[in-house]
Ligand binder design. Structure first.
Ligand SMILES: N[C@@H](CCC(=O)N[C@@H](CS)C(=O)NCC(=O)O)C(=O)O
Length: 204
């Protein structure tokens, strides 16, 4: 299997962390895609993912799966242990709820803040700095929400690590590009962040 990805990009990192937690990193060959050079805009890459985004998982028979959580879902189904997307119907639904909150209200504004304030993809989009700043406000709100939620909790959902922790962690980390960090007074979030950072998967 090949995982088309970009070392510095947050979505591929979510997949790498997911694989690391399952002990599966050695199952995939990592293929680096240079986003700034536009490796993802070529006809060859577009044939693998018409949305022109990383990550893309290519199975040995050539089948391609795009979208971070679709790739994670595939691995969860093939290699259920340890479960990162829930065991019972209730857990699965609860984790899905969190994954969507993290994607829509944290990851999305994080990416938009970066793209619209840095001009990183100015060759392929029109940055709107005011929109980037609006997204910055949403990121701050979500960090405050997470801090309050994590009071008295070790993990975001339930009593063990799930993909919700991995996705939130990768997003907190990527916010360095937006110069947004966990605030000193966000002690619950900070403690969770330190625990996550200490896991071997944080280094992949
Ligand atoms: N919804 C997609 C988002 C993927 C995405 O936005 N990937 C970024 C890198 S983190 C990308 O490939 N950007 C390249 C571009 O926009 O040209 C997922 O969850 O995988």
């Amino acid at each position: 299997m090949k995982l088309y990805e970009t070392r510095t990009a947050p979505n591929p990192r979510r997949v790498r962390m997911f694989l690391a937690e399952k002990g599966l990193l050695d199952q995939v060959e990592l293929v680096e895609i240079d986003l700034q050079k536009g490796d993802n805009l070529t006809p060859e890459f577009t044939a693998m993912n018409p949305m022109k985004k990383v990550p893309v998982l290519q199975l040995d028979d050539g089948t391609c799966i795009a979208e971070t959580m679709a790739i994670c879902r595939y691995f969860e189904e093939v290699f259920p242990q340890p479960p990162l997307l829930g065991r019972t119907p209730l857990e699965k639904a609860g984790i899905e709820q969190w994954l969507r909150w993290i994607d829509y209200y944290f990851m999305m504004p994080t990416g938009m803040c970066f793209q619209h304030t840095s001009g990183y993809f100015a060759d392929r989009m029109t940055p709107v700095p005011a929109w980037g700043e609006e997204c910055r406000t949403d990121i701050q709100k979500f960090l405050g929400f997470l801090d309050r939620h994590l009071e008295g909790r070790e993990f975001i959902y339930g009593d063990q690590l799930t993909a919700a922790d991995l996705n939130a962690f990768a997003t907190v980390e990527f916010n360095k590009v937006n110069k947004i960090r966990v605030a000193p007074e966000q002690v619950h979030l900070q403690a969770w962040y330190e625990r996550m950072k200490a896991r071997p998967s944080a280094a992949v």
